[in-house]
Design a protein around this ligand. Structure first.
Ligand code: UDP
Length: 329
């Protein structure tokens, strides 16, 4: 089986490519390297190109036969999406349409799509399952919801089958230490906390300590990147087995506050982490925690690294490697 991984040089995509390779599948990665890294693609064919390049996509689908597509190529910063929504609608929605139309034109009709917990907006229940109301509160979440709706219509009209996977907070790194999370600039909590622990930055700023949560800081459900990859593979295999299109929420079902993440990082690293407190970040809900029962029951998904300390320690191993490589240059 041959899988096209769009955005396979990014954080989650690169872990997916490695996972697909380990599972004995053939991969082609398409990535424009706008935020990914060529050397993060450790397996299979690599093509540098843009998701919105219709000619390139048509040539690719004409020259290679794909049994399925995994689509990770999206912008994903909430604050940036509030400040520059055009960038988000153009790439996350319009370019995705270009991909879907190329798939249709070439008879490739199995897709696993990276969606997000951001489609739900402010939670109305302690844990968010698939039936929770979808009411995104930022443009990023709206782009993901729009594509989900498009996928439902494309299934009904064209038989394009998809799995829409709503990630909670992807975190951690490949336990082998070969690849990890490397956004530049980095905006995510765990890598920033670990940069503060390693001395690559001075401190971590907590965005808001006046939320309606026990310690006043935001609560998120951190899920190991490799556990997300396992869910993708299960979802793709389900499509290959003829299962209908579906949507799944992917998280551990445990919420940790920003403060608790910093405490866990201090325990894992043994470092004192300097903390500053700043204002809330626009577009952040107070609490996002999943109910992933459906993925466990229907896909047989069983996260292998549910503990926050394990997630943080794999990310710490990657931070130390990055630091050592920087010191060499
Ligand atoms: N956060 C923070 N300081 C930072 C980065 C993030 O306090 O420098 C908080 C952020 O407000 C959110 C949580 O950490 O409540 C997780 O943020 P992240 O950007 O990692 O993921 P998101 O929840 O936006 O997908």
């Amino acid at each position: 089986m041959h899988v096209l991984v769009v955005g396979g040089a990014g954080y989650i995509g690169s872990h997916m490519v490695k996972r697909l390779g380990a599972a004995g599948l053939e991969t082609t990665t398409l990535d424009n390297l706008s935020s990914g890294w060529r050397n993060a693609v450790t397996f299979g064919e690599f093509i540098k190109g843009d998701l919105g390049d219709r000619d390139l996509l048509n040539d690719l689908f004409r020259s290679e036969k794909f049994d399925g597509v995994m689509h990770f190529a999206a912008h994903m910063e909430v604050l940036e999406s509030v400040e520059n929504p055009a960038k988000y609608y153009a790439n996350n929605v319009s370019n995705t349409l270009t991909l879907l139309d190329a798939m249709r034109a070439h008879g490739v009709n199995r897709l696993v799509f990276s969606s997000s917990a951001a489609i739900f907006g402010e939670p109305r229940r302690p844990r968010i399952d698939e039936n929770h109301a979808r009411a995104p509160i930022n443009p990023y979440g709206r782009t993901k919801l729009m594509v989900e709706e498009i996928l439902r219509d494309y299934d009904a009209a064209y038989g394009l089958k998809s799995m829409r996977l709503r990630y909670f907070n992807a975190a951690g790194a490949d336990p082998d230490g070969e690849i990890g999370e490397s956004h530049e600039p980095e905006t995510h909590l765990i890598p920033l906390v670990l940069r503060a622990a390693s001395g690559r930055r001075g401190n971590i700023t907590v965005f808001g300590e006046d939320y309606d949560t026990p310690d006043g800081t935001c609560i998120r459900d951190y899920i190991h990147v490799n556990d997300l990859c396992d869910a993708h593979l299960l979802a793709l295999r389900a499509l290959w087995n003829g299962d209908p299109s579906a949507a799944y929420n992917l998280g551990n079902g445990n919420g940790f506050s920003v403060r608790e993440v910093i405490d866990a990082a201090e325990a894992v690293t043994g470092a004192g982490i300097p903390v500053a407190y700043g204002p809330r970040r626009k577009g952040d809900p107070a609490r996002l925690v999943s109910d992933s029962t459906r993925a466990r029951v229907e896909l047989g998904w069983d996260p292998r690294h549910p503990e926050l300390e394990t997630i943080v320690s794999h990310a710490w191993q990657w931070e130390l490697k990055t630091l050592a490589e920087q010191d060499l240059t």
